[in-house]
Design a protein around this ligand. Structure first.
Ligand SMILES: [Fe+2]
Length: 314
């Protein structure tokens, strides 16, 4: 009798946690803010909005209206690190959710979920492997090109294996990015080479924060790297934090503002061509959404981030 009661209590508690993760926290959007000392001395601070991993489906009205509300932050520039859509009819709703943000300068890369529609899978598989092999299903079936065309029509830089230039505020930003390494579409060799030392900021953009690619950006002189993909682990535990990153980055850097390499004294650090040590700032977004087939977040609220770029500390 007593064990029956215990099982019943555990089942009730489990249902409550699942309900909270699926209904409450998944829609409990957070705006993170960080100051990043990455600009030249004397430069005017720049407000950079970083969004990622919306995984939008047309029915997610709360998510769309929250994205739309971000325009009130008055960012100088917007960067989207991919996995924007998860449905064939999600491009137009995503562009409409961005709304006035499309009037700002911007840059974007794709994530694998912009190309391939989600499929039902065991959500616990990330505990023992990444999803790198799951999207190799032949031709992409989502309208990634329409998504890119919509963003480019607004003037945003398509940074998928490309370099470009953004004028934001009073600053000249060199931007370079790679397509998603998770599905082997990254071609760093197409953007390789020293970043322009005359630019006010050298920005690297990638969906999945793979250390080897970030090493290349740092070696080429990029100052700030933005990535998404990890969802911050999506399901975290109090006192433990992120359980899985679904890529090569370490768990402590699965979300938030960090450095890359994490430590200059670590083996494998990136050295500048002049022999000096280099270390970039790295922001990994925990993302705005989830796969429609894993519709929950626990101790890892969906988020967007306002990075205020300020002059370097000398
Ligand atoms: Fe994602």
């Amino acid at each position: 009798m007593r064990s029956r009661a215990l099982i019943g209590t555990a089942a009730l508690a489990g249902s409550a946690v699942i309900g909270y993760a699926a209904v409450v926290e998944r829609n409990w959007f957070a705006l993170r803010r960080y100051d990043v000392p990455v600009l030249p001395p004397g430069a005017t601070p720049l407000r950079m909005l970083h969004i990622s991993d919306a995984h939008l489906t047309p029915g997610r009205h709360r998510l769309m209206s929250w994205i739309r509300s971000l325009a009130a932050l008055d960012p100088d520039v917007v960067v989207n690190t991919g996995d924007s859509i998860s449905h064939p009819q999600a491009v137009q709703p995503f562009l409409e959710a961005l709304g006035p943000l499309l009037d700002r300068p911007g840059a974007f890369v794709y994530g694998s979920n912009d190309l391939y529609s989600p499929v039902l899978k065991n959500p616990t598989r990330y505990l023992w492997r990444t999803s790198a092999l799951e999207h190799r299903r032949g031709a992409p079936d989502l309208p990634w090109a329409d998504l890119g065309a919509g963003l480019e029509a607004a003037g945003w830089v398509n940074a998928n294996n490309r370099r470009g230039r953004i004028k934001a505020g009073n600053l000249d930003i060199e931007v370079a990015g790679v397509h998603d390494s998770h599905i082997d579409l990254d071609h760093y060799e197409e953007i390789a080479g020293p970043a322009d030392p005359a630019a006010d900021l050298r920005l690297g953009v990638l969906h999945s924060p793979e250390p080897a690619i970030m090493d290349s950006f740092v070696a080429d002189g990029y100052d700030l790297l933005l990535a998404g993909h990890t969802h911050g682990g999506q399901v975290c535990l109090p006192g433990i934090g992120t359980l899985v990153t679904n890529c090569g980055i370490d768990r402590p850097r699965a979300r938030g503002l960090h450095r890359h390499p994490a430590e200059l004294t670590m083996a494998g650090r990136a050295d500048g061509a002049d022999g000096s040590e280099r270390q970039a700032w790295l922001h990994v977004s925990a993302g705005l959404g989830t796969s429609p087939y894993a519709p929950f977040r626990l101790c890892c609220r969906p988020e967007a981030t306002l990075l205020t770029l300020v002059p370097r500390i000398r």
